[in-house]
Design a protein around this ligand. Structure first.
Ligand code: UDX
Length: 431
């Protein structure tokens, strides 16, 4: 099939490359000229394991352009994968989705199936379909096809997805979508294919992400009680996970969730429900717990040191999780802001996202490419991201290199006995 994909962010680009991998001919469209130029040179603009290799492997079946008319003209299926960032009130901003729709309409010379991958509020596909078919010579069929990939494992998550969810409103687009995804539903991929109405498909995305956000906030609250009672969250979470009804994943206590999805999708569903006259109390609690959790390390440091003025602090790990250079909603941003407000001197380290961080903080903080230099002569350390380099760091070096070996670990990277043996003053979450 000939397919166009609008937007070359995580969802758009990974979808495009994976569709090429399963035999389709794909054209990616983006307004960002710099990004398209990189892609044309087969350079991946995002840090994502295996994506560049797959781009190279599929280079004969995937094209990149900034000319939308050129891309949409010859395709009867168009995927929309542009961002739906949160507005100030927490609702989803659909400006970019509408812009792509207008562009599609302006250059269409035949009927189109438009597949919405972007996370959009429930009811959006229906609204878009009415909007596009108003006074139109051609028919636009809207399909909801939410994206479940995690950053860092995006290619694997797409080719070996837990499920493909497709919401349609008519037989024509239902058949097209079945044909398009058929290679993924067969061996060797064998991905389950779930067909439903569009509202349900739109809801699956929010319901799944918000459930995971709830699960994390729940385990973080249990961790907070563990700290007060002498229980150890590692043992508690491990034992809970053996119950299949609970499951082992997403029970890692820490300093809260970040990234481009959970913070945005929890607020968006809360806002959507509120507009329908329903207060989504579970989700609003998850949001509240997450804010509290992000401030745990700084509150503990203030308790221990009193004033943080002129304290020399090392922040290890900046991206919202390991395996990505994405800083969106990373607790590192909140914590560095607070440390600067309290007058601390801040050194930062991250194996991948240091240059991105530099663009935000410029000369306000100090940047390092290794842990040794970052922690040298520091009064305390904050661990924000559990990068392998940080988890495997020689614990004795904290004592050797720091002014005072005090480590606040927001990701429970180290074994408690080993930390004790290394003579570090150590605070982690729920242990
Ligand atoms: C998430 C969803 O997993 C994915 O299905 C969806 O499509 C997009 O949003 P992503 O944001 O890439 O993916 O990251 P994920 O691995 O889910 O982690 C999100 C956040 O939760 C991270 O900040 C991570 O540190 C935190 N987390 C995760 C925990 O604190 N504890 C856990 O047990 C798991």
């Amino acid at each position: 099939m000939k397919i166009a994909v609008a937007g070359t962010g995580y969802a758009g680009l990974v979808t495009a490359v994976c569709l090429a991998k399963i035999g389709h001919t794909v054209t990616c469209v983006d307004v960002d000229k710099e990004k398209i130029n990189m892609l044309k040179k087969l350079k991946c603009p995002i840090y994502e394991d295996g994506l560049e290799e797959l781009m190279v492997q599929c280079k004969n079946d995937i094209f990149y352009t900034t000319e939308y008319a050129e891309a949409y003209k010859n395709c009867n299926v168009i995927f929309i994968g542009v961002g739906t960032p949160e507005k100030e009130d927490g609702s989803a901003n659909l400006e970019y989705v509408y812009k792509v729709c207008d562009e599609i309409k302006s250059c269409s010379r035949s009927d189109k199936v438009i597949v919405v991958k972007s996370t959009v509020p429930i009811g959006t596909n229906k609204k878009l379909e009415l909007y596009m078919n108003n006074n139109s010579k051609y028919k636009f069929h809207f399909v909801s096809n939410p994206e479940f990939l995690s950053q860092g494992t995006a290619v694997r998550d797409t080719l070996n997805a837990s499920r493909i969810v497709v919401g349609t409103n008519d037989n024509y687009s239902r058949k097209i979508m079945e044909e398009l995804y058929r290679p993924l539903t067969k061996s060797p991929y064998n991905v389950p294919y779930l067909s439903m109405n569009r509202e349900s498909a739109e809801m699956v995305k929010y319901a799944s992400n918000d459930f995971l956000a709830l699960k994390i906030s729940y385990i973080n609250e249990i961790a907070n009680i563990c700290e007060k009672t002498g229980a150890n969250i590692d043992d508690v979470a491990l034992s809970m996970g053996y119950d299949d009804r609970i499951g082992k994943k997403f029970l890692k206590a820490g300093m809260g969730y970040g990234g481009s999805c959970f913070p945005k999708d929890t607020k968006a569903l809360y806002y959507l429900a509120k507009n329908l006259g329903y207060e989504l109390k579970t989700v609003s609690s998850a949001i509240e717990v997450n804010l509290y959790q992000k401030q745990k390390l700084i509150n503990k440091a203030k308790e221990d040191f009193g004033s943080l003025e002129n304290k020399k602090v090392a922040v290890l790990g900046l991206s919202f999780k390991p395996g990505t250079d994405d800083l969106r909603e990373s607790p590192a941003i909140d914590n560095v802001n607070m440390l600067l407000d309290y007058g601390a001197v801040v050194n930062v380290y991250d194996p991948i996202s240091i240059d991105k961080f530099k663009k935000i903080y410029k000369n306000k903080i100090n940047y390092y490419h290794n842990i040794d230099d970052t922690i040298k002569d520091c009064d305390f350390v904050f661990i924000i991201t559990e990068w392998k380099e940080i988890v495997e760091y020689d614990l004795n070096k904290y004592k050797d290199l720091m002014n005072t070996a005090v480590v606040y670990d927001g990701r429970n990277c180290y074994n408690l006995d080993e930390v004790l043996e290394a003579g570090i003053k150590y605070y982690s979450i729920g242990r």
